[in-house]
Design a protein around this ligand. Structure first.
Ligand SMILES: NC(=O)c1ccc[n+]([C@@H]2O[C@H](COP(=O)([O-])OP(=O)(O)OC[C@H]3O[C@@H](n4cnc5c(N)ncnc54)[C@H](O)[C@@H]3O)[C@@H](O)[C@H]2O)c1
Ligand SMILES: O=C(O)[C@H](O)COP(=O)(O)O
Length: 601
């Protein structure tokens, strides 16, 4: 029951004002310690030199740093000592954390590198009671061997309901009219609203929250269209919504509701350029993440009357500055990130996160783990370069998918001289899954959660082994990733069998792309890539190289694969920096270039 060696705690004067004075005593400690009898050893007469050795019971300690539903707390208490300490300063959190095995937070607590460093290796799991984990330093967690788990499903309905609440409140000026009446005014003419029935709502991001918003908006009599390059068309059909392009969505909508994750591709996706394409008088709702809107551009669009109103639950900086022009704008309705804040959602989230944290403390594999799991060192060292290759092939393949095509079926082929039982592909499959999913979602994928995440998104990954002649010393010859039943934004990536196909090898320890569609190429997978299909003729490398050179974009390599001389060729260009839109436009305008695509690795 008790262990004398588990915890050696340096006496911290600020926590214990009175130094222990007898060799045998009981102390009422903060609950982070659990029930403990202590003995002390005096090293000197100085207060600071007391060293206390706790005779701990075997229970782990969980620090709950933000308000968590009671059901979750009860669940935790059945397994651990629970310390609910809210509103800790960063310094207080760092002090407490060395006494804790697990930490549970919402979005209001920054779990920084310092927190992991201060834990002294004791912190084993961080639980995020919600979806977004942008407040947790994942790299630091992984470096410190600390698992991070989240609760991705329990607040979906709450977020969707809040989106609908903002939509209706905005259309009828509820917040502004309420403030006006409370200020003693009665302005019936000023607050005439707009009706929702028959209006077109564009749902941007047709995932968990977006789908639920769609169902509810249809119930209000709205005509709903959705934009999500990666959502399966059959799911959209089942809910009775049409998937459209980004341009069509923003240019035809009367209302736009944002439900995509914040990724490099969605950052500031609503900007001056996109506002200019919208119908004058459009209304915008954001319960996703503040960063998907260029907030300064939104203020300009509001001032110009392009955007008639906006209703926002999330902001680039939270809380936003007090003098924020956006927040203060009379046509903007705001809430302080309340999307997940219903009694029901918080109860659900609390149970979901408590179960995940307890499971993780017991050493079970967590289905909602978001950072790297432990992999045996010998497996990792052998498969290391192939792991990188696998993720990059997944990333490349998914970026070649055209908008509107849902990714549902992926086939992975491993070619190796080893026997089928001699190669554990779980890690490779997980990394391909990571590459396929991460560029298009806010989900973090690893060995623990890859299959779960793929299944949850309706993504079917099948694996095939090709056994080659040759030396089994090398674990793999090549990996091929094929995405079936989709269109590609780069038609040459479609193989003779109609799938998007990319294939790669490890050469000199580095991942290389060796095939795109039916074209053989040979480029090291580093930095970013431009793929061009062109008429095979002299001077092409020079023309494209000059355009990039003028932009100061460093070209790391170029390779040309062709069907036959003077026919078609695919040119692959590795670049260290992202070329500007103008540079990419100029490349597209080179007469012999038939199509091209820019891909981030
Ligand atoms: N305000 C809140 O309190 C609150 C609560 C819950 C979730 N959220 C946020 O809502 C968002 C959606 O959450 P979810 O649980 O539905 O996530 P989800 O992963 O289920 O759905 C996100 C969808 O966005 C799509 N997507 C990715 N890139 C896109 C792009 N460029 N254009 C259009 N769609 C794209 C994905 O394919 C996916 O279908 C996230 O940003 C999440 O952080 C906020
Ligand atoms: O990411 C989420 O789950 C939501 O944005 C809710 O965040 P919260 O837990 O701070 O309410």
């Amino acid at each position: 029951m008790a262990s004398t060696s588990a915890y050696h705690l340096t006496f911290i004067p600020s926590l214990y004002k009175t130094p222990p004075s007898s060799l045998s005593w009981k102390l009422s400690l903060p609950s982070t310690f659990g029930a403990a009898a202590l003995r002390r050893r005096r090293r000197s007469n100085s207060t600071k030199s007391f060293v206390v050795v706790a005779l701990m019971d075997a229970k782990p300690t969980v620090l709950v740093a933000e308000k968590l539903g009671e059901a979750g707390i009860e669940l935790l208490k059945g397994f651990a000592n629970v310390d609910c300490s809210y509103n800790l300063s960063p310094e207080e959190l760092c002090t407490k954390i060395s006494l804790c095995d697990a930490l549970i937070v919402r979005s209001g607590t920054k779990v920084s590198r310092e927190v992991f460093e201060s834990s002294g290796g004791r912190l084993k799991v961080v639980g995020r009671a919600g979806v977004g984990i942008d407040n947790v330093d994942l790299s630091a967690a992984t470096e410190h061997g600390c698992l991070v788990v989240n609760a991705p499903t329990a607040n979906t309905i709450a977020a969707a309901e809040h989106g609908i609440a903002l939509l209706t409140a905005m259309a009828r000026n509820v917040a502004q009219a309420d403030a006006s009446v409370k200020a003693g005014k009665w302005q019936r003419n000023k607050y005439v609203g707009v009706s929702l029935v028959g209006k077109t709502l564009a749902v941007m991001g047709f995932g968990k929250v977006g789908s639920e918003v769609t169902r509810r908006a249809k119930g209000l009599g709205m005509n709903v269209i959705a934009h999500d390059p990666y959502a399966p068309a059959d799911r959209a059909r089942a809910i009775g919504v049409e998937l459209v392009t980004f341009e069509e969505a923003i240019s035809t909508a009367d209302f736009i509701s944002l439900h995509m994750p914040l990724t490099p591709a969605t950052s500031k996706i609503l900007n001056d350029e996109s506002f200019a394409k919208m119908k004058k008088g459009v209304r915008i709702v954001n319960v996703a993440r503040g960063g998907v809107i260029d907030e300064e551009a939104l203020v300009r669009a509001l001032d110009l009357g392009i955007v008639a109103q906006a209703a926002l639950d999330v902001f680039t900086e939270e809380p936003p500055p007090k003098d924020s022009r956006l927040v203060q704008h009379e046509n903007v309705t705001v809430t302080p990130h309340l999307g997940a804040s219903t009694m029901e959602a918080q109860e659900g989230v609390a149970i979901e996160i408590a179960e995940a944290v307890v499971g993780a403390l017991r050493g079970e594999l967590a289905a909602t783990a978001v950072n790297a799991p432990m992999v045996p060192a010998e497996v990792l060292s052998e498969l290391g370069p192939f792991v990188v290759l696998a993720e990059k092939l997944g990333r490349l393949a998914v970026q070649l998918v055209a908008g509107g095509s849902g990714v549902k079926s992926v086939k992975v082929t491993y070619a190796s001289a080893r026997g089928p039982d001699d190669l554990d592909t779980r890690l490779l499959r997980a990394m391909i899954t990571k590459g396929l999913i991460e560029p298009i979602s806010s989900v973090f994928v690893n060995l623990v959660n890859a299959d779960f995440t793929a299944k949850q998104r309706g993504l079917r990954i099948t694996e095939e082994r090709i056994v080659l002649d040759g030396s089994p010393e090398n674990p793999l010859e090549f990996i091929q990733v094929q995405i079936a039943n989709v269109e590609s934004k780069f038609a040459s990536a479609i193989s003779e069998y109609g799938e998007i196909k990319v294939e790669g090898k490890v050469k000199d320890g580095l991942p290389h792309l060796t095939m795109v569609g039916s074209f053989g190429v040979d480029v090291s997978l580093e930095g970013s890539l431009i793929l061009c299909r062109q008429i095979d003729q002299p001077g092409m490398i020079g023309k494209v190289g000059t355009i990039l050179g003028e932009e100061n974009v460093n070209v790391s390599f170029m390779s040309v694969g062709r069907i036959a001389p003077r026919k078609q060729a695919v040119m692959t260009i590795g670049v260290d920096d992202e070329p500007s839109r103008e540079a990419l436009k100029k490349i597209g305008e080179v007469p012999a270039i038939e199509e091209f695509v820019f891909l981030k690795l």
